[in-house]
Design a protein around this ligand. Structure first.
Ligand code: KIV
Ligand code: ZN
Length: 387
């Protein structure tokens, strides 16, 4: 099989943890890092070491703990940040420094009051300096999504010459259309001298709900790393959701791209992060929402009971969910009701079902969801009536 590997760079503990209310202590971060390693991510971005003593400590402890994944620390393009990150990463088996600078005209003018030439110079200096500490240096061109492609190609070329092993092309503001982001990656693949010496990485934000689509467009056009978070947590509307890109690549094997993620752990990973961060997952969230494998309309339920594949493109077991669920609401039909009765031990005849269904609808019109207790009570009342 000539499928190519996509590296999964998890930034739950850095971009994800930046979210207001998602702050974690070191022990909680260690719990998540250990599980991410077991999940099979290739890189764990453990934090931004210069940002606080607590974050420095967490990156350092994670570096000691993680067995397989590379451990990465974020920096800005200056010597102090890089020195502190290198110190925090010194126990890591496979350390990576992630350094970079804004490259869009907006960032150059308003954030740095600088010029394109000076930004390139700072990028080169930062990569070269990071290389004096570690072999593996990832360079990010912040706001690459809104950066002119010619200039971006120039920056990337210089970063590679300075020794960058990975080039991160962030759509920092979540602005790009999938086609546009894919073309950006293709442009870099075709126009950056030495591009084969580095891996292109997608780091997409979800401001317009396109982070997953953009990341997939990126890898379809030559990127080989995706930066993502569990449950899509991250600044503002979040980052690309790890569980989504992993399952897109798994379900679309014809793309001939795969990851080393153990997808059966996705559901428990989502619950763990949500619990520790105190950040609930929306019920209709793709892959890990509580409704992702729940069916409530009669037409769908009838199909799923006959054959799960009529309305499910993913086997719930593949993401660690035990079963598809048949939820009883006023939109449910007879087959769903019979299925649920059977599930709790009552095999009802067609005539019994006709009667019970009328009763069921009365309850369902009052309640949002009819549960097993309600069903048990219905059977009791029914038996009393006929007995
Ligand atoms: O969104 C972004 O541009 C970032 C960089 C710091 C990599 O998170
Ligand atoms: Zn980001």
């Amino acid at each position: 099989m000539n499928s190519e590997k996509i590296e999964i760079f998890d930034t739950t503990l850095r971009d994800g943890e930046q979210v207001p209310g998602c702050k974690l202590n070191t022990n909680q971060k260690l719990t998540i890092a250990e599980k991410l390693d077991e999940l099979g991510v290739d890189i764990i971005e453990a934090g931004f070491p210069i940002s606080s003593p607590g974050d420095f400590h967490s990156v350092s402890e994670i570096s000691k703990l993680v067995k397989n994944a590379r451990v990465c620390g974020l920096t800005r393009a200056n010597e102090k940040d890089i020195e502190v990150a290198a110190e925090a990463l010194k126990f890591a088996k496979r350390p990576r420094i992630h350094t970079g600078i804004g490259t869009s005209d907006s960032h150059i003018k308003y954030k740095f009051n600088s010029t394109r030439e000076k930004i390139i110079e700072r990028a080169i200096q930062a990569v070269k300096y990071a290389k004096t500490f570690v072999e593996d240096v990832e360079f990010y061109a912040e706001d690459a999504g809104r950066t002119d492609n010619d200039f971006l190609a120039q920056v990337c070329e210089e970063a590679i010459k300075a020794g960058a092993t990975v080039l991160n092309i962030p759509d920092t503001t979540g602005y790009c259309l999938p086609e546009e982001y894919g073309q950006k990656i293709k442009y870099l693949k075709e126009n950056v001298k030495g591009i084969d010496k580095a891996i292109l990485s997608c780091h997409c934000h979800n401001d317009l709900g396109m982070a997953t689509a953009n990341s997939i467009a990126g890898v379809m056009n030559g990127a080989r790393q995706i930066e993502c978070t569990i449950n899509g947590l991250g600044e503002r509307a979040g980052n690309t959701a790890l569980e989504e890109v992993v399952m897109v690549l798994k379900q679309h094997a014809h793309l001939k791209l795969h990851t080393h993620i153990n997808s059966k752990m996705l559901n428990c990973m989502s619950v763990l992060v949500s619990d520790l961060m105190g950040m609930p997952v929306q019920p209709n969230k793709a892959i890990v929402g509580t409704n992702a494998f729940a069916h409530s309309s009669g037409i769908h339920q009838d199909g799923v009971i006959k054959n799960r594949e009529t309305y499910e493109i993913i086997d719930p077991a593949d993401v660690g969910v035990n079963n598809s669920s048949i939820v009883l609401t006023a939109r449910s039909g007879r087959s769903a009701l019979a299925y649920r009765f059977k599930h709790i031990g009552f095999d009802v005849t067609k005539n019994e079902l006709d009667f019970l269904y009328e009763e069921f609808l009365k309850i369902a019109d009052i309640k949002k969801e009819v549960n097993n207790d309600d069903l048990g009570l219905m059977i009791e009342v029914f038996n009393r009536k006929i007995g």
